[in-house]
Design a protein around this ligand. Structure first.
Ligand code: SAM
Length: 227
């Protein structure tokens, strides 16, 4: 499968069965045990990133690009904390849901939302964030994505991905990520060293890192700043 095919499959998935599944996981309604575990793990990742940004104590001065924003799990609390957030996602259904959630809590214009492939994003932001998106792409394409995201970031890029170290565990769990008929996308792990190399080649150095692991959810989080 080449990169273009991966992207088409991912977009179609997140506009259909993947939308229903992930909207539930990233919500607060009833879900099964596996989905609850993934919800908990993902929330930990979001909370880690929020804690990093809040610790710097100048959120209200920051412009933030949330690439692959999903239903706004990070964009919305960041906007609530005062940052100016540009959120985008390749899936119009995910963006629609994110917008609804933001409006429902009184945030009609910040975050701003758009339907866009992160490889075609342009502009400049203080901080660019891309959580749990690279898992959908093979290494070559993921590294190209990191290059484009780097070009948008004036100061900082925060990424999360499933690390390759956990390959065996993840392989056993992939059926849980995309079970039954919705098992329409692959999950790709990435070597941390390769991700770091890609960031360094774009002029960044790692400032903070963290790892979230629950039974079914693994995510390595890297904060890179211009060195
Ligand atoms: N970042 C969000 C979060 O952590 O809550 C959502 C994570 S979800 C597992 C992956 C998201 O990436 C989906 O909403 C999907 O539509 C989006 N996505 C996948 N490929 C993308 C691409 N090439 N450009 C932008 N968004 C993409």
């Amino acid at each position: 499968m080449n990169g273009i095919d991966d992207k088409t499959v991912v977009r179609d998935y997140f506009n259909a069965t993947g939308f229903d599944r992930w909207r539930r996981i990233y919500g607060d309604g009833e879900v099964n045990t596996v989905q609850l575990d993934i919800r908990t793990g993902h929330q930990q990742t979001v909370d880690t990133v929020l804690a990093w940004l809040k610790a710097d104590d100048k959120l209200s001065e920051l412009t933030i690009c949330d690439a692959g924003c999903g239903v706004g799990s990070l964009s919305i609390p960041l906007a609530q904390a005062g940052a100016v957030v540009s959120a985008s996602d390749i899936s119009e259904k995910m963006v629609g849901e994110a917008k609804e959630r933001a409006v429902a809590i009184g945030l009609p214009s910040n975050p701003s939302f758009s339907v866009q492939d992160l490889e075609t994003l342009s502009g400049n932001y203080h901080t660019v964030i891309c959580l749990d998106v690279l898992i959908h792409y093979p290494s070559d394409q993921a590294m190209d994505m990191i290059k484009n995201l780097s070009s948008l970031a004036n100061d900082r890029l925060i990424l999360s991905f499933a690390p390759k170290t956990f390959l065996l565990t993840i392989l056993k769990k992939i059926g849980e990520f995309f079970p039954g008929p919705s098992k329409a996308t692959r999950a790709y792990q990435h070597r941390e060293a390769e991700v770091v190399r890609a960031l360094e080649s774009c002029g960044f150095k790692i400032q903070r890192s963290a790892m979230t692991s629950t039974r079914f959810y693994y995510s390595r989080i890297l904060e890179a700043v211009r060195g």
